[in-house]
Design a protein around this ligand. Structure first.
Ligand code: PRP
Ligand code: URA
Length: 209
C-alpha cells in the first residue's frame, strides 16, 4: 500500500492556515499555494539517490554528493494543479511538465477527461502528479491511470489537503503510489467537498465561482 507522508513542517502548516481562511484574497491565496508547493518539495525529494563526486575547493579536494541523474516530470491536473507547478519548478528547474485536464462532474462527482499532453520521454521520468485537493480520489486516480496506460511506473502524488476517503481510494486503486499532503482533513460533505478544507481550489486560485 502507498505510504501517506504528512508534510508537517511549521512553515507549511502556518501557510496552510491562511490558504484555508476564506478572507484570504486571490492574490495571497495564489502566492501561498506557490510557497507551500516549494516547501513540500523538500519532503518529496528526500529519497532521491545521491552519488559521490569530487570538487576542488579553493583549499583542497572535497568528497561531495550530487543527485544522481534522475529525470523528473510534473503532471499537474488542470486547472487547480497548475497553481503548484511554479513552486515545484523553483527547486526542480529541469523537470518537464505534462498536463492532464480533468474536471469533476458536479452531479456524479466523476472525473471527466478533456486534455492530455505529456513529455515525449515521459516513460524515462519519475513523475509527480500535482493537485491541491484529494477529495473522493476520482481525479487523482484517473490522472494516474492516464500515466499508467502509457506505461509509466514511478509515480508520486502531491496534494495540499486530502480527505480520508480520497487517500483510501488512491491506496486501493494505486497501491504503488506514495501520497504527499500537508494535511488530511476530517471528511467529505454531501457535495464531495473536503471538510474543513479550503473550498474550491480552482475558483480560489483563479477568482472564478
Ligand atoms: C478539483 C480539484 C481536484 C478534484 C478533486 O478540481 O482540483 O482535481 O476537484 O476532487 P476528487 O478527488 O473528488 O476528484 P475540479 O474538478 O473542481 O476542477 P478545476 O481544477 O478545473 O476547478
Ligand atoms: N475540489 C475542491 O476544489 N475542493 C474540495 O473540497 C473538493 C474538491
Amino acid at each position: 500500500m502507498g505510504k501517506v507522508h504528512i508534510c508537517d513542517h511549521p512553515l507549511i502548516q502556518h501557510k496552510l492556515t491562511y490558504i484555508r481562511d476564506e478572507n484570504t484574497t486571490t492574490k495571497d491565496f495564489r502566492a501561498l499555494v506557490d510557497e507551500v508547493a516549494t516547501l513540500m518539495v523538500y519532503e518529496i525529494t528526500r529519497d532521491l539517490p545521491l552519488e559521490h563526486v569530487q570538487v576542488k575547493t579553493p583549499v583542497t579536494t572535497a568528497d561531495c554528493q550530487v543527485i544522481s541523474g534522475r529525470m523528473l516530470g510534473l503532471i499537474p491536473i488542470l486547472r487547480a494543479g497548475l497553481g503548484m507547478v511554479d513552486g515545484v519548478l523553483k527547486l526542480m528547474p529541469a523537470a518537464k511538465v505534462g498536463h492532464v485536464g480533468l474536471y469533476r462532474d458536479p452531479d456524479t462527482l466523476q472525473p471527466v477527461e478533456y486534455y492530455v499532453k505529456l513529455p515525449t520521454d515521459v516513460l524515462e521520468r519519475d513523475l509527480l502528479v500535482i493537485d491541491p485537493m484529494l477529495a473522493t480520489g476520482g481525479s487523482a486516480n484517473a490522472a494516474i491511470e492516464v500515466l499508467k496506460r502509457r506505461g509509466c511506473t514511478r509515480i508520486k502524488l502531491m496534494c495540499l489537503i486530502a480527505a480520508p476517503e480520497g487517500v483510501a481510494s488512491v491506496q486501493k486503486e494505486h497501491p504503488d503510489v506514495d501520497i504527499y499532503v500537508a494535511a488530511v482533513d476530517d471528511h467529505l460533505n454531501d457535495h464531495g467537498y473536503i471538510v474543513p478544507g479550503l473550498g474550491d481550489a480552482g475558483d480560489r486560485l483563479y477568482g472564478t465561482d
